[in-house]
Design a protein around this ligand. Structure first.
Ligand SMILES: [Zn+2]
Length: 344
């Protein structure tokens, strides 16, 4: 009995080995056929492992010179931001300026950025909401900003729509598209949308209320939620364009950016990203892609492409929800005297 079992096992084992060998042999044979019959220049495609796609991203800061009356004053913010960028070896970013906010100090701030080699571009005169503004008023506002901002060194004819809103009627949208084309401007779109401005407002409120802040936790929350948005819109890019486009990250000229931009850059690099100049980013073919959809609220260029391809949901990521950010901020960043509840 025992001998019979052993013999069967040996036989089964031998059969298994044989079939594995046969499968492997036929696999080799098919590979050989491919190599032999395929086009000669195709050998590399077959044998080389898939090359990791180059992930690139440019940094852009909106609303400069943004109000600075909370944690840092204007000159300190500018200095901190520039130093952080320099230490992170980021050579060129763009500042989208709102010309109405340029007082003496604001002018100094913009000059400081421009002299450091960064780019200055148009984000309107008074930051109007295009959904609430006529085409004529909006164009006037844009022109007023152009007059003032074009005097800065390193000025670019790039227009960043406030709130990313490109017009809620065809007349407004196409009117403004025409105005940009006629004045040699381009739509300086973003691809990675996020709510960094909302985190800043939570931070400023906490400072004002004299709450105790865990700055390490704030840094982690900032980097974590920004990276969520980066990964999300890159995934959407892979899905809808079959590649990782040259990304443009939306940021704002504010205190948490000055505090943590170097940490964000270092996390980006850890995850395989290369920081590029916005000039390079806007050379991507998606710069030429113009949506036919009318967006009352715009998720950014990748979101537009996704919607054009039929995606209806998920154009905004969870990390772009105020409730989500507020809950995390209160739980992770604010230090309370009461002991933290234990997890169960
Ligand atoms: Zn803005």
């Amino acid at each position: 009995m025992a001998r019979l079992f052993i013999t069967s096992f040996i036989l089964l084992g031998l059969l298994g080995l044989l079939s594995n060998h046969l499968t492997a042999a036929s696999r080799d044979a098919s590979l050989m056929t491919e190599t032999i019959t395929g086009p000669t220049d195709n050998t590399a495609t077959i044998s080389a492992p898939t090359k990791r796609q180059n992930k690139t991203i440019a940094l852009t800061f909106d609303d400069a010179p943004r109000s600075a009356v909370g944690y840092f004053d204007g000159p300190t913010r500018a200095q901190k931001l520039l130093t952080a960028l320099q230490q992170a070896q980021v050579n060129q970013v763009a500042f989208f300026a709102v010309s109405k906010r340029i007082d003496d100090e604001g002018h100094q701030r913009l000059m400081t950025y421009a002299k450091a080699g960064h780019l200055i571009a148009n984000h309107t005169h008074s930051h109007p909401d295009f959904n609430q503004t006529s085409l004529e008023q909006y164009q006037n506002d844009f022109n007023q900003a152009d007059k003032r901002l074009s005097q800065y060194p390193n000025f670019r004819r790039w227009f960043r729509y406030p709130f990313l809103r490109e017009g809620d009627t065809l007349e407004k949208r196409d009117g403004m598209r025409k105005a940009l084309a006629q004045t040699g401007y381009v739509n300086a779109y973003i691809t990675v949308n996020n709510y960094d401005w909302y985190l800043e407002s939570l931070f400023q409120q906490a400072i004002k209320a004299q709450q105790k802040i865990d700055f390490d936790a704030l840094r982690d929350l900032y980097v974590n939620t920004m990276m969520q948005a980066v990964r999300y819109y890159d995934q959407m890019s892979l899905q809808h364009t079959e590649r990782s486009v040259a990304h443009v990250l939306l940021l704002h000229e504010m205190d948490i950016s000055a505090l943590f931009i170097d940490d964000l850059v270092s996390q980006l690099r850890k995850e395989g990203w290369t920081i590029i100049s916005p000039i390079q980013a806007y050379q991507d073919p998606i710069a030429q892609q113009v949506t036919n959809n009318l967006f009352k609220f715009n998720p950014g260029r990748i979101g537009e492409i996704a919607k054009d391809n039929g995606q209806r949901k998920g154009l905004w990521h969870t990390s772009l929800e105020e409730d989500y950010l507020k809950q995390r901020f209160e739980r992770e960043v604010i230090i309370t005297d009461a002991p933290r509840p234990t997890a169960n």
